[in-house]
Design a protein around this ligand. Sequence first.
Ligand code: ADP
Length: 398
Amino acid sequence: MNILVINCGSSSLKFSVIDTQTGKDLARGLFDKLGSQAPSFKLESPLLSAPKKGNLPGGSEHEASLDTLANFLASDEMHLEIEAVGHRVVHGGERFTSACLMDQEALDAVKSCSSLAPLHNPANLLGIESSRQHFPELPQVGVFDTAFHQTIEPEAYLYAIPYELYREHGIRRYGFHGSSHKYVTSEAARILGKPLDQTSIITAHLGNGCSAAAIENGACVDTTMGLTPLEGLVMGTRSGDLDPGIVFHLHRALGLSIEEIDTILNKKSGLLGLSEFSNDMRSLRQASANGNEAAKRAVSIFTRRLAKSIASLRAALDKCDALVFTGGIGENDVQTRTETLVRLQHLGMLVDEQANATAGVDQDGIISQANSPVKVIVIPTNEELMIARETEQLVGSK
Ligand code: ADP
């Protein structure tokens, strides 16, 4: 089945067309800087000899991007038959435990979750609404970042704050990156040669955003991200865990507004805040190799915190078959894996340095020693393919 997968951000629209039978991309592209003076796009396909690049009229938004996208897919050179559209939706609250057809009732339910993800859900909704107009004959499916984590029990999702805040306002851990954690979990079971419902693993998705999850017998039992994607690991520009008292202190003692604190913790912290020059692991590794102390500080805090989180997630599992690294850093940064695993030997995660040095780069690889009680595996994530598969499953079952 050919599925169009759409991922709308506030100023961007990413898409892929995936043939679910082969798992291959038939087309992919990005509309960027939407709403600005010069929105741009790049469209790629194995059917084209070269990528198509261009600009949309100044001020163009998601609506105009979908116009261009629909024309591109129907053009003579592409002529792709699309059978359904799968949309990434960041926050599904407690209402969405799996993918769902986006009828009016479901759209209203996503809207009601928007206060939990004010930066993401409104953009996701825009994408779904525009897509319904452009492809009215196609089923539109929402696939939620939070859904995979809905198997987490109250003892792991409740914060130790007045219970009423959960009961009345839904304040709890939700978790994110669900499509990635779910995808690598099923890949890990395949690589281990075990049935999914007998596979218990820890997954570490390390990209610009970073989260880890504990998966017991195929179902998520705990994760590092919380009510929002700010909690947990150190990330590119997000702080991850910190003393909530810091927020009050920044407000009371330094006079910063809630908006300013929000910007500091989401956009100016993490690797960028610690290094004072980059949120990008590649640049930080290069600078560290050249003796830059700020870069060394940032990456060592990143890996120390990652190891601590993995160790604490281990306590959420009865047994652990494997630890999986994925995302841009998890798949590519040999040093991050080494420095993390050095701290996890006591949990039976024993790295094979040679296998580690050559793993990743678009292919799976076991990087633990043959006698390691816990296998350590690098698995390139594919969130788009997971969204396409879930869309196909839902549409196919109707
Ligand atoms: P996103 O979360 O935006 O999808 P990615 O999963 O692409 O991000 O991850 C981006 C991160 O991966 C950046 O910090 C980048 O530096 C890092 N990264 C990508 N390739 C490498 C590499 N070869 N070595 C080290 N880090 C890498």
